[in-house]
Every structure is written in structure tokens, then in C-alpha cells.
Unconditional design. Structure first.
Length: 184
């Protein structure tokens, strides 16, 4: 189980480090300026780029209006529930626990942005921050339900963890006990 927590918090640390490098930071006299919002750096030609975007809402930039604090508190509650669940999965195969580890890390990573980045960067009050997104992937254009798509929405490591966590949980759900079973 210790390995599970090391992996989870390692993913959170990697997520936060990547976001801070993109956004910039100051430690005493040392300043790393980071990127300007909208700035883009090619990594693999035009297919994969680092593009700095701040997401004020939820997945895919969908707005939340006046429910920002509720969204942040919901992220925190989900993180805590996933942490509780993970703590009780000792006898479950690692491949099944891995999905929960990824979900926990992703939820915590985006919660930290929403809760603290506004204050740390002097941009918004506590619990009103924006999520830092920067992984920008282009793919061949396609049309779905009458809308043309040319690229994937910009995302971050926490978002990737959530996606992997959902996939792994769907694949290995039969190994995961219900909350009711864990409470016995």
C-alpha cells in the first residue's frame, strides 16, 4: 500500500511541477517567468505542443458560472473519498488499485490549482483559481454530430491521470469492492 501512496503523490508532484514550470514562479531572487497565456512551443512538430491555457471551468473549458467554489469543494470531496477508498484496497490486485491511484492523483492535482493558484499568483481569492492546461495535441480533422474537430482540448497531467483512471477502473472493476463491502 505504501507504493500506492508514493505513486499517487508522485503523480500529484509531477502534475504540480509541470504546471508551475508552465505558469512561472519566484523563489526569493530567482524568477522563472514561465509562459504567456496562449503561448505555444512545438514538441513534435505541429502534432504535439506545450500551449499555456488557463481553464476557469470544468472539463473541456465548460463554464461553471457562479458555482466556482462549489466545484472546488466538490473536487476536494472527491479527492478525499478516493483517498479513503484507496486506503481500504489492501487485498485488491495492483492493476485494479492503479485506476483508483490515477483518479485520486488527478482529482488532487486539479483541486490544488482551483483552491490555491488564484491566491499564489495574486489572480483570485482562495478556492477561485483556474486549472493550468498545457498539453496540446492535434489530430486529423473529423466531424462528429455536425461539428468539425481539428485538435483535442488542451489538458494536463492530472487530466491524463483521470482519463487513465477511468479506463483502468472500467477494465478491472470486477476486482474493486463496493464501499458497502469495505465498511464491513
Amino acid at each position: 500500500m505504501r507504493r500506492d501512496w508514493l505513486l499517487a503523490f508522485g503523480l500529484v508532484a509531477l502534475d504540480q511541477l509541470s504546471k508551475i514550470l508552465v505558469k512561472g514562479f519566484r523563489i526569493g531572487a530567482f524568477v522563472h517567468h514561465g509562459m504567456v497565456p496562449g503561448q505555444s512551443i512545438p514538441i513534435l512538430g505541429e502534432w504535439v505542443r506545450i500551449t499555456f491555457v488557463e481553464n476557469p471551468g470544468i472539463a473541456f473549458g465548460l463554464p461553471v458560472g457562479g458555482a466556482k467554489v462549489l466545484l472546488t469543494l466538490f473536487s476536494f470531496a472527491v479527492s478525499m473519498m478516493l483517498g479513503w477508498y484507496l486506503r481500504h484496497l489492501g487485498g485488491v490486485p495492483f492493476r485494479a488499485r492503479l485506476g483508483v491511484i490515477f483518479l485520486f492523483a488527478g482529482a488532487m492535482g486539479n483541486f490544488i490549482d482551483r483552491a490555491f493558484y488564484g491566491v499564489l499568483y495574486g489572480e483570485a481569492p482562495l478556492l477561485h483559481g483556474q486549472v493550468v492546461d498545457f498539453i496540446d495535441v492535434e489530430f486529423p480533422d473529423f466531424t462528429l454530430f455536425g461539428r468539425v474537430y481539428t485538435r483535442w482540448p488542451t489538458f494536463n497531467i492530472a487530466d491524463s491521470c483521470i482519463t487513465l483512471g477511468i479506463l483502468l477502473t472500467l477494465l478491472f472493476h470486477r476486482y474493486l469492492p463496493s464501499v458497502r463491502q469495505l465498511r464491513r
